[in-house]
Write a protein that binds this ligand. Structure first.
Ligand SMILES: Cc1ncc(CO)c(N)n1
Length: 228
């Protein structure tokens, strides 16, 4: 699998190139080096997993908002399918995966949202609510496409440890065919929206919004649970 989304002339490729320093800090974060060589402390991964479960709930709200902001039957239908897949399948898979790490569904539901999660997801929802469907999809692109880029790179990297690496499954999910296809589909939609909603004329604003989401996604690798 590849990510043609990185080809020049595509909106995502332009945003990524214009925020290259921030992007590299996100996709080459030490958390990911630890996943790739298997040295990440399990506790750091568990903390991340719980927050990622809570994140997926907010992510589902973002896609619900995307349907509301859209208005084109064909893309509303495909976003509705994506949302149903997220709620019916992916959330369940995440719960099963967390169980393998000793985290019960109660553990997941009980944990408060971290500052990183709150800042990230509510910022995306705010860009989406105060902007239009293009603002929202640009805000969602760092997470949708970034994870595919990370998964593909780590899978292809000979330095990634395969034997006995407890994090290999995570890497295989995001570098896998299913997830990479979703990322490519999202990028194609972004290119359609770039034309229909005039991305060139408002590029500076889109870039600012993209850069903020990349910085927030970077902070999300190491969420600090919010406790009294
Ligand atoms: C924070 C975050 N970003 C992106 C993804 C990919 O769906 C995820 N699971 N979590």
């Amino acid at each position: 699998m590849t990510l043609p989304v990185l080809e020049p002339g595509r909106l995502f490729a332009r945003l990524r190139r214009d925020c290259a320093l921030e992007w590299d800090a996100y996709v080459r974060h030490p958390f990911l080096t630890g996943l790739a060589d298997g040295t990440l402390p399990a506790e750091a991964f568990r903390t991340y997993l719980v927050q990622d479960y809570l994140y997926l709930l907010q992510y589902a709200r973002c896609y619900a908002l995307a349907i509301y902001k859209d208005g084109q039957a064909a893309s509303m239908r495909s976003t509705a399918r994506l949302l149903a897949g997220l709620l019916d399948t992916e959330l369940g898979l995440h719960i099963e995966y967390c169980a393998q790490w000793g985290l019960s569904e109660d553990d997941l539901a009980r944990e408060p949202e971290s500052l990183e999660l709150l800042a990230y997801t509510r910022t995306i929802l705010d860009y989406g609510q105060s902007g239009d469907i293009l603002d929202l999809m640009v805000s969602l692109s760092a997470c949708l496409i970034g994870y595919a880029e990370i998964g593909l790179r780590l899978l292809a990297d000979p330095a990634t440890r395969r034997e006995g690496n407890p994090y290999l499954h995570w890497i295989e999910v995001y570098g896998g065919e299913h997830y990479v296809a979703l990322a490519n589909q999202g990028a194609r939609r972004l290119d359609e929206l770039a034309i229909s909603h005039g991305a060139d004329a408002r590029y500076a604003m889109l870039k600012r919004c993209f850069r903020t989401t990349v910085l927030l996604e970077t902070a999300f690798w190491t969420p600090r649970p919010l406790r009294t």
